[in-house]
Design a protein around this ligand. Structure first.
Ligand SMILES: C=C(O[C@@H]1C=C(C(=O)O)C=C[C@H]1O)C(=O)O
Length: 286
């Protein structure tokens, strides 16, 4: 069994995914694993095209094609409340934005649809949407508000003086009482069948990185200050408020999101989450 080529792994190219990946690379030897870094929307697309074998991907994109994938258990990018990097910047008063135009980043899938759910079901509004590069000034030249995610959202929040900023993780929490899961880690079913040992190794490496990031948070904080700017306090809080588990509570919150997305016609089917079962690998090896 196994593939006669390296396993290709997709890594979200934002700080929110560092806890899953930063310490994983030492456990994934280069001759067997290739890591590709991209923004979420490009990873979603590459996974759909079969260019990636296993990837961190937008939870919404997983939901669109869940039948083709298995989730690696207990891995995600989630927030219980405030997420700090999924932000709606309002140039106009909220009442105008609800009737106006919102520019949305071209890097997202989950958050754009979360915004549509919030607009449709929470505010009972139907604004127009225009997709753009995540650049605050040019977005706000063309629209009444701008949705930006990931590192560009963080940087924009540092220069958003005079703008109202809504954190979609916090709004979801206040509205539903649940946390929100923005990204998951999925493997193509075909690859899980052909090479379960390698996928078990990826799962182990990411799980190790997640645990070590909790033990040694300062490593990521220092890296973020050096590469992205900002203060140590900012990044300590950022990594503390995100979390990377996908247990029963996160699954319930995400199921509600999928249900609302289905109700609004953003998804054309209901989503059954299915997991890669590492025990099947252990049994094969016994
Ligand atoms: C927490 C975040 O979650 C991200 C949001 C995504 C989306 O909206 O599609 C996809 C992957 C996640 O990394 C973030 O971007 O800051």
């Amino acid at each position: 069994m196994g593939l006669n080529r390296p396993i290709t792994i997709g890594r979200i190219d934002y700080a929110n995914a560092w806890p899953l990946f930063h310490f994983s690379e030492e456990k994934l030897p280069e001759e067997r694993f290739t890591i590709v870094r991209r923004v979420p929307s490009l990873l979603n697309q590459a996974m759909r095209n079969g260019e990636l074998d296993v990837t961190a991907m937008a939870a919404f994109a997983y939901g669109q094609h869940a039948d083709n994938y298995l989730l690696l258990p207990d891995l995600s990018v989630s927030a219980k409340g405030r997420v700090n990097s999924i932000l709606l910047f309002l140039k106009a008063p909220l009442e105008e934005v609800l009737k106006g135009t919102i520019a949305v980043t071209n890097t997202s899938a989950t958050s754009i649809n979360l915004l549509k759910i919030i607009m449709g079901m929470y505010y009972q509004a139907n604004p127009a949407y225009v997709t753009m590069e995540p650049e605050l000034d040019s977005m706000l030249e063309q629209a009444d508000a701008a949705l930006i995610i990931g590192d560009p959202a963080i940087k924009a929040s540092w220069q958003a003086e005079g703008l109202t900023v809504i954190d979609l993780g916090q709004l979801w929490r206040d509205w539903t009482g649940y946390g929100m899961t923005f990204a998951l880690v999925a493997v193509r079913k075909e690859i899980a069948e052909l090479d379960p040992e390698s996928i078990a190794q990826v799962l182990e490496a990411l799980t190790y990185s997640k645990a070590r990031s909790l033990r040694e948070p300062q490593v990521l904080v220092d890296k973020a200050c050096a590469e992205l700017g900002g203060t140590s306090d900012y990044w300590s809080r950022y990594f503390r408020e995100l979390h990377h588990d996908f247990g029963a509570a996160e699954q319930t919150g995400l199921s509600l999101y999928f249900e609302y997305a289905y109700k609004l016609g953003l998804l054309d089917h209901q989503v059954n989450m299915r997991f890669f079962d590492v025990r099947s690998v252990l049994q094969v090896n016994e």
